[in-house]
Design a protein around this ligand. Structure first.
Ligand code: AMP
Length: 286
């Protein structure tokens, strides 16, 4: 069994004891409802550290008004089984009151990194992510922390948070785990009906279409984005598209003409579910 830690002092004590005996501590922050995407982060941490701590906390600060905080999938017993089965040393699962005994007044702003894409569609979301991640880093004192490329903008923001604050933690990005039809695993996929699940592959297909154009030599983002949009438009079940864009992989800004390391980014609604995905593309130097 993994140790179950539900208070900040207990988590601190556990991690301090591990560090005192010279153990490298890896942290895998999650909101629970664990799937094979989370499992891949966990396995990478287990391979690179002596002790792995998985945090499970549905962070209210990163949900906007009218979003799915109440409905967010929860499956704590199964999550504990997965963590224990994989060999996590501890699960840190604090209550909301434990994490936020008073409403935080500290707020983080990630400038241009959070101005577009998720930052524009979900105001306050990335600031909420940043705050909870900063708290987890402070509580756990991990030497490495694992985040999925599935949430590319979140990964960019967390890397920058660690750099800007000189936090002694190595932020490790892990590749997106997909189902055979290309759909990225996500706790929110549980919301999809059978028809919607069958249609969800359109997000990955739109990314592949954009990447293929870049690979073939296209250097105008408008052309790549139009191709992505037309793949999405061909799926009748797909609702509002929040964005389908190609940006610089590190700054998330436009790159015109397209060059260097790029990221194709998409967010769209399928029924009542909002899905996001992304894919890398590289323009080699001339
Ligand atoms: P969440 O529980 O959705 O907040 O996700 C916790 C961590 O797992 C985040 O760093 C996510 O980016 C990562 N993650 C979620 N889905 C996947 C996936 N399909 N592949 C890889 N990592 C993922």
């Amino acid at each position: 069994m993994s140790d179950l830690l539900t208070t900040v002092p207990a988590a601190r004590a556990f991690c301090e004891a591990a560090r005192a005996r010279g153990a490298a501590v890896g942290l895998v922050p999650t909101m629970g409802a664990l799937h094979d995407g989370h499992r891949s982060l966990l396995r990478q941490s287990l391979a690179q550290n002596d002790v792995t701590v998985v945090s499970i906390f549905v962070n209210p600060l990163q949900f906007g008004a009218g979003e799915d905080l109440e409905a967010y999938p929860r499956g704590f017993e199964n999550d504990l089984r997965i963590c224990a089965g994989e060999g996590a040393a501890a699960v840190f699962a604090p209550s909301e009151a434990e994490m936020y005994p008073q409403p935080p007044v500290t707020s983080l702003d990630f400038g241009g990194l959070s101005a577009s894409l998720e930052g524009a569609c979900r105001p306050g979301h990335l600031a909420g992510v940043g705050l909870v991640v900063a708290k987890l880093f402070a509580i756990v004192g991990a030497c490495r922390a694992y985040f999925g490329e599935k949430d590319w903008q979140q990964l960019a923001v967390v890397r920058r948070l660690a750099d800007d604050l000189s936090l002694p933690v190595d932020v490790v990005g892990c590749p997106t785990v997909r189902q055979p039809d290309g759909v990225a695993l996500s706790s929110r996929n549980a919301y999809l009906g059978a028809d919607e699940r069958a249609a969800a592959g359109v997000l990955h297909r739109c990314l592949l279409a954009g990447a293929a154009l870049i690979e073939a030599g296209e250097r105008a983002s408008a052309v790549v984005e139009a191709a992505m949009a037309s793949v999405l438009a061909a799926e009748p079940l797909l609702g509002r598209v929040d964005y389908a864009r190609v940006v610089d992989a590190a700054t998330l800004a436009r790159r015109e003409p397209l060059r260097g390391e790029l990221r194709l980014m998409v967010a769209a609604h399928l029924g009542g579910t909002r899905l996001i995905d992304n894919l890398g593309a590289t323009v080699p130097p001339p």
